[in-house]
Design a protein around this ligand. Structure first.
Ligand SMILES: Cc1cc2nc3c(=O)[nH]c(=O)nc-3n(C[C@H](O)[C@H](O)[C@H](O)COP(=O)(O)OP(=O)(O)OC[C@H]3O[C@@H](n4cnc5c(N)ncnc54)[C@H](O)[C@@H]3O)c2cc1C
Length: 316
């Protein structure tokens, strides 16, 4: 059977995963993207197998678990994927959310010694880390091996994406709204500082209290510190005052970080939408498959949603 040629717009974790799944299923695939690393939300993500700021539904749960299985299969220093302990701490006990059950296995209460200053309660779990400073280059290399070319350019309109007969997969994160004429998509800005790693191996997430919001995520070569989720804010430049505050709070939560140099910084815009848009449409004489709106969970949903998008391409 001849498979339709596909142009994927976007080379973040979602676009690259779509491209790889489609290429592995036998489609000729090209990717067109303005950025392939810095400048994407995927590169700014810490990132954990976690599902904040995204639609809560059974299909999202299924995509998360499908992704987890694939991430576990690929885990290792080459991909930047590993399991690591994470403490989630705060002042008040978290209200249990039935939908989130199962996303942080296995779970135990944090001991008093595991609580940072100002925190009174917490849990410890093993949460998979996807170090995107390794994972994105690995995905790009897998795409290249599968024959996928990545062209660096801005796309102004959907029909500017690629040759007329191609199915277009729109996976442009926050850039998808303008291309699809979709007002339901909005950016939720995140800012991170990247610090030297003094030997930390445990993630810290502070939910509430004086240190919140904060995450401290040790990766293979460094530590990512971030926290605030700024709704509707487009500013692409790191705010130095926010960075200082984040680093100070991180040092209070993890004193071993005192004196660690800041070796990088990034801003990323989470593509938030009431529902992740995985759908197909014929528009402007083109077959288009949408795959965007993954909110704060694009890494955790990447393989599952890419397969769902590829299933829709197969029907065009
Ligand atoms: C601080 C922070 C922490 C996060 N933590 C986590 C986490 O722990 N776990 C998790 O799963 N997720 C996390 N996320 C969310 C995750 O990063 C996003 O959901 C995910 O990166 C979205 O991927 P994407 O490929 O859709 O978008 P992006 O990575 O932004 O990629 C979009 C692509 O489209 C291209 N593009 C856009 N517009 C155009 C255009 N007009 N023409 C050509 N190309 C275009 C861009 O250049 C880029 O290549 C975090 C995000 C942030 C900011």
């Amino acid at each position: 059977m001849t498979r339709r040629a596909v142009t994927v717009i976007g080379a973040g974790v979602v676009g690259l995963s779509c491209a790889l799944v489609l290429a592995e299923r036998g489609h000729p695939v090209r990717v067109v993207a303005r950025e392939t690393g810095a400048g994407t939300a995927s590169a700014a993500a810490a990132s954990l197998w976690a599902v904040p700021l995204v639609e809560r539904s059974e299909r999202v749960r299924a995509w998360a678990y499908a992704t987890l299985a694939r991430l576990r299969r690929d885990a290792g220093p080459e991909t930047g994927v590993r399991e690591q302990p994470a403490r989630t701490v705060g002042v008040a006990a978290a209200t249990p959310d039935p939908w989130l059950r199962g996303f942080t296995p296995p779970l135990r209460e944090a001991t008093a010694q595991e609580l940072p200053p100002g925190c009174r309660v917490g849990t410890v779990a093993s949460i998979p880390l996807v170090d995107t400073s390794r994972y994105l280059p690995w995905l790009r290399a897998r795409c290249a091996e599968a024959g996928v070319d990545i062209e660096r350019r801005e796309v102004a309109r959907l029909d500017d994406g690629g040759p007329a007969g191609d199915v277009v997969v729109l996976a442009a994160g926050c850039g998808s709204g303008a291309l699809a004429g979709d007002d339901a998509l909005r950016p939720v800005r995140g800012q991170v500082a990247v610090l030297e790693n003094p030997g930390l191996t445990r993630t810290t997430i502070v939910r509430d209290g004086p240190l919140a919001p904060l995450f401290v995520v040790p990766r293979f070569d460094d530590v990512v510190v971030g926290g605030p989720a700024q709704d509707g804010v487009w500013d692409p430049d790191p705010d130095p005052v926010l960075e200082r505050e984040l680093v100070e709070r991180a040092v209070r939560a993890e004193p071993a970080l005192a004196g660690a140099r800041v070796v990088g910084r990034a801003v990323g815009h989470r593509p938030v939408r009431p529902e992740v848009r995985v759908a197909a449409e014929r528009t402007g004489g083109r077959d288009v498959v949408y795959c965007y709106g993954h909110g704060g969970a694009g890494v955790a949903l990447s393989w599952g949603s890419a397969r769902a998008a590829a299933d829709l391409v197969a029907l065009r």
